[in-house]
Design a protein around this ligand. Structure first.
Ligand code: ATP
Ligand code: MG
Ligand code: MG
Length: 552
């Protein structure tokens, strides 16, 4: 697999192997199973699995399931499916909750070394005592408890004697440290909650900042790659590994997280969109989740190419989401069969075409890939064109159909608009046209030229189909920023992000399968929706439009 040169983590790993600092590497992808994966996670997956693949290393899929409250097996299953779909295989599948015994032992070791204590302050008091960036914190009155007292109290925490929040275990480091993360961080809390893996065995759970370095060390991870917001946690990460006397010493490296324009990615916000029914589930085609992108019709190849292009840097920035669209077009250009579909049908009767006759025209499936062969499309006296391809009173330089004008029908003949049929309210309901048999596509006709080429579908054989066109779900060019308030975020939801049309496709499309992808002439790329399509009702999701002003 190709790797973008602007990947500083890859360079670190390369040097570590060349210098002999490591003779093998182990990375991990450590999602918390509290939601579905999104395109930001894809960046992390591609980075972790990508470097391991390149340097013959290993990658663990590890569920960081140390917080029993928000986690669910539904998420575990979706994460596995999404990682596989992106094209990766983990070497080991681990659950952080399987290390609870080991973590508990390490916490006791810290207590015995005088490096951890049980604190009775409540959450608000702990925050108050912690101080600020400019003011040092102050010691908790419980900080001087003896080792024996701490061992006894921690054991009583574990055995369930105390209520949630009544006591915590804290690392004993330095309440005046300039790094607030080192001001005696909490490492264990009480939570009388059943865990999806360990059931009711535990009522104390390790905090993320304590658990994560231990998980990495237990697995022998060499390069623990995480996003930039954990940079200030790195000193505590190293403190835990060292003071818990872990035999393996992993190192943490931070990279800039992916943000996309017109997209929110925090799982909390995505869950809110799902729970409050702004979308039809985590896999709604407008969602930036992997399952949403899959259902929309994005391909793993396009997502990987996109992630390689954006590279891995030590800063985060917001990437134009049209760049992702660019890569899906690039990927589908040669793969997707071309076809014609009418999204907003307007009936056209070709008055000089013999009634009851049908001829079958041959059309290339993809002119850029002749090996894909040809398809047969019927032509007869009645066809559908797009409502938007006709104007009764066109402006100058309008080359599509209008009274008296002649256009080319793709793969067929020239037709000329002779008569406009309207209903009582004056709406155009049908056009009467004539065709010129001399102009048949492929016949080499050069007698005269027309400027417009329209797509069309023969009416008597047409297969009804639903088309779903999408606009960005979030009306925010800046993408997500950490401060974005929950309320403002919901106000940014685009009320017009989904448009549904009932149209027609060529008869050879009647047996399309879920996830089949096509390029509809002039409309763009579409995917057969796997959730809504049935044997007699095909639903197409627009993946991307055909063209974009966006340039890489
Ligand atoms: P959220 O804050 O949305 O809940 P998270 O970071 O808590 O996301 P995790 O399940 O903990 O989600 O993430 C698993 C891995 O994916 C982590 O290593 C995390 O750093 C990485 N990751 C998450 N979001 C992004 C992103 N936008 N860009 C790059 N990597 C990301
Ligand atoms: Mg999280
Ligand atoms: Mg997070």
């Amino acid at each position: 697999m190709e790797h973008n040169s602007s990947n500083f983590i890859r360079n670190i790993i390369k040097e570590d192997l060349e210098s002999g600092k490591h003779d093998h590497i182990i990375t991990r992808f450590p999602p918390e199973p509290n939601g579905y994966l999104h395109i930001g996670h894809a960046k992390s997956i591609i980075l972790n699995f990508g470097v391991a693949d390149e340097f013959n290393g290993k990658t663990n899929l590890r569920f960081d399931d140390t917080n029993p409250v928000k986690e669910d097996i539904e998420y575990v299953n979706s994460i596995k499916e999404d990682v596989k779909w992106l094209g990766y295989e983990w070497d080991n599948l681990f659950f952080a909750s399987n290390y609870f015994d080991e973590m508990y032992k390490r916490a006791i070791l810290l207590i015995k070394k005088g490096l951890a204590y049980v604190d009775d302050l409540n959450a608000d008091e702990i925050r108050e005592y912690r101080g600020t960036l400019t003011a040092p914190g102050k010691d908790s009155p419980y900080r001087t408890r003896t080792i024996e007292e701490n061992l006894e109290l921690f054991e009583r925490m574990r055995s369930g004697e105390f209520a949630n929040g009544e006591k915590v275990l804290r690392a004993k480091i330095d309440m005046a440290s300039p790094n607030i993360n080192l001001r005696d961080p909490v490492i264990y809390r009480i939570s009388h909650t059943e865990h999806h893996n360990t059931g009711n065995k535990w009522c104390i759970y390790p905090m993320y900042a304590f658990a994560h370095p231990l998980e990495d060390a237990i697995e022998g991870v060499t390069h623990s790659i995480c996003t930039l917001e954990f940079e200030d946690q790195r000193p505590f990460y190293d403190w835990v590994v060292e003071n818990c006397e872990m035999p393996n010493v992993p190192r943490q490296y931070e990279f800039g997280r992916l943000n996309l324009t017109n997209t929110v990615m925090s799982k909390r916000k995505l869950k809110q969109l799902v729970d409050e029914k702004f979308v039809d589930g985590w896999d709604d085609p407008r969602m930036p989740t992997i399952s949403g992108l899959r259902r929309r019709g994005y391909t793993p190849e396009a997502i990987r190419a996109f992630c390689h292009e954006i590279g891995v840097a030590k800063t985060s920035g917001t990437v134009d989401s049209r760049m992702l669209d660019h890569f899906v077009r690039e990927d589908l250009k040669l793969k997707a069969p071309r076809t014609m579909g009418i999204i907003k049908p307007l009936k056209v009767v070709i008055t000089n075409y013999p009634e009851g006759e049908v001829e079958w025209l041959e059309a290339e499936i993809n002119p850029e890939v002749p090996e894909m062969g040809t398809r047969q499309i019927p032509f007869s006296r009645e066809i559908y064109i797009e409502q938007d391809d006709f104007m009764e009173n066109p402006p100058k330089k309008y080359f599509r159909l209008f009274p008296g004008n002649e256009v080319r029908l793709k793969h067929a003949y020239f037709i000329k608009c002779e008569e406009v049929i309207k209903d009582q309210d004056g709406n155009v309901v049908e056009l009467h046209c004539t065709y010129d048999p001399e102009t048949k596509s492929g016949s080499g006709f050069t007698g005269r030229k027309v400027k417009g080429t329209l797509h069309w579908v023969e009416a008597t054989h047409a297969v009804p189909a639903e088309f779903r066109n999408y606009q960005p779900l979030i009306l925010d060019e800046n993408g997500e920023d950490e401060e974005q308030e929950e309320k403002t975020f919901l106000e940014l939801v685009n009320p017009n992000s989904l448009e549904i049309f009932q149209g027609f496709v060529e008869p050879n499309m009647k047996d399309v399968q879920p996830q089949d992808k096509y390029q509809f002439f002039r409309h763009g790329y579409y995917n057969v929706d796997p959730k809504l399509s049935t044997a007699d009702h095909i639903v197409f999701n627009q993946i991307v439009e055909l063209k974009s002003s966006f340039k890489i």
